[in-house]
Design a protein around this ligand. Sequence first.
Ligand code: UD1
Length: 424
Amino acid sequence: MDSIHIRGGNRLTGDIPISGAKNAALPLMTAALLTDETVKFHNMPQLTDVQTLGKLLNVLGAELEPEIAGHSYTLSITTPDIVSTTAPYEIVSRIRASFWVLGPLLARCGKARVSLPGGCAIGARPVDLYIKGLQKMGAQIDLVDGYVVAAAPDGLKGALIRSPVVSVGATHTLLMAATLAEGETILENAAREPEVTDVANCLVSMGAKIDGIGTSTLRIQGVDRLHGTTHHVVADRIEAGTYAIAAAMTGGDVTLKNADASTFEAALVAMRAAGVEVESRQGEVRVARNGTRLQATDVVTQVFPGFPTDLQAQFMALMTTAEGESEITETIFENRFMHVQELARFGADISLHGDKALVHGVEKLKGAPVMASDLRASAALIIAGLAAEGETVINRVYHLDRGFERIEEKLGACGAEIWREKAS
Ligand code: UD1
């Protein structure tokens, strides 16, 4: 398996272009199944998760036409007919978002058989909210041999669905299902992450009727059919936040291009509190730290617009060399601290107390061989390696390739000494 090597200690300086958001691209691709016309996505990220989901869409009957020119990636998806309503274990177990085809398949065909999902091992990650929501819309759902088998032979019906927990995936799924349901669906306590907003906006441009976009109550009037559209994928706020933290960690000065500060404001606020200089302008964010030591800062992960769980590991890496003790509380996923033991290999001083990690800042980190445990945790190891003395080797980097486009190239262009060694 490939490994990433970093010789730490270089300040990052320069510009980093931010790609389209993985967490928007994936549900957008599943939304394309709702119509027999072509849906064209600009600003797609070039990631293995996108390829994996593409394979599943192919199996279901979609034709994918990628156009790649340099770093720009446009993907057209046309699904004249759904040829299979089964999403097999072999694919769904590799990428959680592929479970989200459940909504479009059920809405368009009245039936679906979708394997229970996989994805990053960061907690139990149940699917009860998806199931209860679709049942409220009149679907009959059974669990058979590890598959969710859903049927709505007379079509889905609008319903009032109040979720006890804010779930991004359940919101995507129920929103897509509701676009073609009969009558009105109201999703209360819906997720309002920027990626949900992006999907909702795309659905509207496909002819869906949705009110309350960007709020926690979505009202959807079902329509008979959706049509094709062209859509520009929103910028990746997690990628932007990761590079912002990397710049701060190395005492660098980096401008994130095509980034939207309003989508990761909570992370920028925490960075400012830690002593990082942050300047946001139209479409770009500059992050700098010159000489001064970082100050310990507490964060609590929350649903949007709170501090994102997908930046928790990276922020923890940042706090490992801050002055004082920071408390990092994870409220979204119960098991999202697998990076703690890997950060300890760099000499970080972190103790775990239930849903809290206490990070005692040390003077400096030392490079080490480490193992990537999940996608965002891998980014935390890169951040630590960039600032650590000596060489770091990160194994199991396939996690990174799932969610970060050209990471070595983007960091290398800003002065990082980072390279990949291919497995022989
Ligand atoms: C998505 C993101 C992931 C991010 C997460 C939270 C993608 C591809 N993934 O994951 O990067 O970390 O949002 O922002 O967009 N839950 C239930 N029952 C359910 C569904 C969820 O209890 O049926 C719980 C989960 O266990 C978790 C919480 O709800 O504790 C939030 O999870 P959710 O928002 O659903 O995460 P994902 O959509 O899987």
